[in-house]
Design a protein around this ligand. Structure first.
Ligand SMILES: Cc1cn([C@H]2C[C@H](O)[C@@H](COP(=O)(O)OP(=O)(O)O[C@H]3O[C@@H](C)C(=O)[C@@H](O)[C@H]3O)O2)c(=O)[nH]c1=O
Length: 182
């Protein structure tokens, strides 16, 4: 397994060792000890989520203002561009974002710690997205920052179409007026 800290160093790109053979492949999609070593954390995960989305769907940028969730995310079918935004006011990288392409083919995982907003854009005809979270879903605390907030200036890949958004996500707030973490 290879772990790479991104421009925001708390966000870690994890590339598992994949064992291919005539039957297909095998890899450890989660190993607590290896995860702890890769991220320098020891979070426990309490929920696994699975979503499927069509090409052009953009989910995000989501976070829970209480019960903040760390998320270990991956793709098992298709490809997405995945983004983490640092919304911790005390952080030297507050307001900055990092992104990575995650796909079924590259088997990459992204560790998005608590304190970040998270979202992704589907690049392939469809994508199945799996993630573990460090706290439970708490709808009362859900918040959404606009995917196209000019202050964030996220360079989403050009897929030749406008993003398909949920009603909730089309009303995301600007970071400047959103509730953030201390
Ligand atoms: C996230 C979530 C949703 N739901 C329900 C609520 C709703 O009826 C339905 C769809 O919810 P949403 O539209 O919020 O799903 P979605 O837009 O996929 O939300 C997810 O987006 C990505 C980017 C994240 O980072 C996640 O943390 C989560 O916020 O599923 C749960 O029951 N448990 C959960 O943990």
């Amino acid at each position: 397994m290879q772990a790479t800290r991104l421009r925001i160093p708390e966000v870690v790109l994890i590339e598992p060792k994949v064992f291919g053979d005539a039957r297909g492949f095998f890899y450890e999609s989660f190993n607590q000890r290896a995860f702890n070593e890769a991220t320098g954390t020891d979070h426990a995960f309490v929920q696994d989520n699975h979503s499927r989305s069509a090409k052009g769907v953009l989910r995000g940028l989501h976070y829970q203002i209480e019960q903040a969730q760390g998320k270990l995310v991956r793709v098992v079918q298709g490809a997405v561009f995945d983004v983490a935004v640092d919304i911790r006011k005390s952080s030297p990288t507050f307001g900055q974002w990092v992104g990575a392409e995650l796909s079924a083919d590259n088997h990459r995982q992204l560790w998005v710690p608590p304190g970040f907003a998270h979202g992704f854009l589907v690049l392939s005809d469809s994508a199945e997205f799996l993630y573990k979270t460090t706290d439970y879903y708490a709808p009362a605390h859900e918040r959404c920052i606009a995917w196209d907030d000019p202050d964030l200036a996220i360079t989403w890949p050009d897929i030749g179409m406008s993003p398909l958004l949920s009603a909730k996500d089309s009303q995301g707030q600007a970071l400047a007026s959103a509730a953030t973490y201390d």
